[in-house]
Design a protein around this ligand. Structure first.
Ligand code: DGL
Length: 282
């Protein structure tokens, strides 16, 4: 009798960010789907991405995605709006078909925008994002497609990512949040929901919430992205069947700094082992 060879599913879910921000997404994803194996990569060495050119963001993101694929990820989520806005399309259209035809890369901007309608009654939504995300105008373009009646005001979060990555003191952080929120609300007084359109900002959501007027809701992406990813995996059997059904998470950073590793543990909210990885950037 002919033997049928069973292939053991061994695939992982890759989660990529420029640094610490993706941990807020990873936390929600692993809570919702504790049945898979996850590989987190933060490119802390090169963060922030938000003040870089589109070309640089593309090259950095692609190098990170390649590392995740080479280390067992079958599907990778860009848990970074800046990378989603400036690199996702090019990777999906130009790289995957040639180099990784069976793998997938997903972004987080469209899933966020798709869920927006339910969060605002005034129809005026503020978005805090990095300079490079604001410049890409991806949020406005996608809002126009998915929620054409809504007014979107995109405001740069200034130095916030830098302050988080460098663990600057609370005073500086609060002053920058006040500055950024002041600018946003000056531009539109009818805003009743603010999307944290940079995953790093979810790490300081509490402080942002305290500074915003009480009638304005703060929308974090983690829960939204986790639900959309679960739905995607559910609908795509060709991906689901190759994912390993055993929970584990491994954490990686391109930074060699012990402080960065401590920050990763603090923001993930657990005592985790983080390893430093090196790879070539194009
Ligand atoms: N966490 C990233 C985002 O969601 C970007 C932070 C950065 O500037 O590197 O946009």
């Amino acid at each position: 009798m002919k033997k049928v060879r069973m292939i053991k599913p061994a695939g992982k879910i890759g989660v990529f960010d420029s640094g610490l921000g993706g941990l807020a997404v990873l936390r929600e994803v692993t809570e919702l789907m504790p049945e898979y194996e996850y590989l987190y990569l933060g490119d802390n060495l090169r963060a922030p991405y938000g003040d870089k050119s589109q070309e640089q963001i593309f090259r950095h993101t692609l190098s990170g995605v390649r590392w995740l694929f080479d280390n067992g990820a079958e599907i990778t989520i860009l848990a970074c709006n800046t990378a989603s806005a400036n690199a996702l399309r090019k990777i999906q259209r130009e790289i995957l078909p040639l180099e990784y035809p069976d793998k997938r890369v997903l972004g987080i901007i469209i899933p966020t925008v798709e869920s927006m309608e339910s969060f605002s009654s005034s129809g005026h939504v503020g978005i805090l994002a990095t300079e490079a995300t604001v410049a890409s105008e991806v949020f406005e373009t996608e809002m126009e497609k998915h929620n054409p009646g809504m007014r979107t005001v995109c405001q740069s979060g200034g130095m916030l990512v830098d302050l988080i990555e460098r663990d600057r003191d609370l005073k500086m952080l609060i002053a920058e949040i006040e500055n950024v929120i002041g600018k946003l609300l000056d531009r539109d007084g009818l805003i009743d929901a603010v999307i944290l359109g940079c995953t790093h900002y979810a790490l300081i959501a509490g402080q942002i919430e305290r500074i915003l007027p009480k009638n304005i809701k703060v929308i974090e992406q983690g829960g939204i992205v986790a639900a959309k990813l679960a739905d995607y995996i559910d609908r795509h059997y060709e991906i689901r069947r190759i994912l390993k059904n055993k929970f584990s998470v491994s954490f990686h950073t391109t930074s060699g700094s012990e402080n960065v590793k401590k920050l990763m543990a603090r923001f993930y909210g657990a005592d985790i082992q983080v390893s430093t990885v090196e790879y070539e950037v194009l």
